[in-house]
Design a binder for this molecule. Structure first.
Ligand SMILES: NC(=O)c1ccc[n+]([C@@H]2O[C@H](COP(=O)([O-])OP(=O)(O)OC[C@H]3O[C@@H](n4cnc5c(N)ncnc54)[C@H](O)[C@@H]3O)[C@@H](O)[C@H]2O)c1
Length: 294
């Protein structure tokens, strides 16, 4: 049966690599929506917890995990040979910075090499890890070729960024619109079909580079605005003006303004890190990113 059909009919077997804040909610949501999902991680302790029906991610309560496990639609493993039975493989591994504050893509590259060792023909590989524009096309694809299979004929590649907002009870994996792009028309159509089966709204864009740029733009936007409002707080404090009243007043403007609130600064996995991914990549184009770096 063709790959597009197995995906659309949800008979495709899905492998999710990296069962953290991004991977576990995605794996469980895909299983709840009818796919058979294998979760793969190098952390044996996490796999043991999942096998015992105990989640370590707040967004995935134990009962959701236990339900999909009992239905036979989710199981975790550290055995990467299981990738050979997957029709869709989604990569959700970390993308941190190294000691020089440069992108550290080693989690992505070692994962791609592992996939290449076990992947079968007619498989869609999707990168979800946040990264700079060009990673899917220029880094992931060449490593997958080591499998001996042909790109865009046997293996299709796509990028779809994650928009998790840990702690936010208004949205979950299924209700946050999902940006999706493939390398080429067929890969794009396959990725769109897959995510339509998992989330409520899919937003397809033309290239994986664009999808990667969208994610980085969102996080640069957040980083810059948080920094700005913290600076405004210091300025208005000195002037004896209440920053909170200022923001509430400005937020009555129905266009051109979005409220950000002062706080202890940037935190978490993403906002303090991702802007450096773009600044680093921009250097290879000789374009300064003074504003982002500031
Ligand atoms: N946490 C968020 O809110 C969030 C939001 C959007 C995007 N992201 C991005 O998603 C990606 C994953 O982030 P996360 O927060 O889920 O990280 P995480 O640290 O919570 O989870 C990563 C998981 O990957 C596993 N892992 C590491 N190396 C592996 C390998 N080689 N093979 C298999 N598994 C491996 C780890 O054991 C861990 O379970 C990053 O690129 C991050 O920037 C995160």
């Amino acid at each position: 049966m063709s790959l597009i059909r197995t995906i659309s009919e949800k008979t495709a077997h899905v492998g999710v690599i990296g069962l953290g804040y991004v991977g576990l909610p995605l794996a469980v949501t895909a299983a709840e929506r009818g796919f058979a999902v294998t979760g793969l991680d190098i952390d044996q302790a996490k796999i043991e917890r999942l096998s015992a029906g105990r989640s370590y991610i707040d967004a995935v309560p134990d009962d959701r995990l236990q339900n999909v496990t009992a239905a036979g639609r989710f199981g975790g493993t550290t055995d990467f040979t299981r990738l050979s039975g997957c029709d869709v493989i989604v990569i959700c591994v970390p993308t941190p910075l190294n000691a020089q504050r440069e992108p550290d893509l080693t989690f992505v590259t070692t994962t791609a090499e592992r996939i290449a060792r076990h992947i079968s023909a007619q498989t869609l590989v999707i990168l979800e890890s946040t990264t700079f524009p060009g990673t899917t096309h220029d880094t992931l694809r060449p490593l997958l070729v080591q499998s001996g299979l042909a790109l865009d004929r046997d293996i299709f590649t796509a990028f779809s960024p994650e928009r998790e907002d840990p702690g936010n009870t208004r949205f979950n994996t299924a209700t946050i619109p999902k940006i999706v792009a493939g390398d080429g028309e067929t890969a794009g159509a396959l990725a769109e079909a897959f995510y339509k089966g998992v989330v409520d709204e899919v937003v397809r864009v033309r290239t994986t580079q664009t999808a990667e740029a969208i994610k980085i733009t969102e996080n640069v936007f957040r980083a810059v605005n948080i920094a700005m409002v913290n600076e405004l707080k210091l300025v208005f404090d000195a002037m004896d003006i209440d920053i909170w009243e200022v923001i509430d007043g400005a937020a009555t403007k129905p266009f051109g303004y979005m409220p950000f609130y002062p706080g202890p600064g940037l935190g978490g996995h993403c906002i303090p890190i991702d802007p450096y991914y773009l600044a680093w990549k921009a250097r290879s184009y000789d374009v300064p990113t003074r504003f982002i770096e500031l």
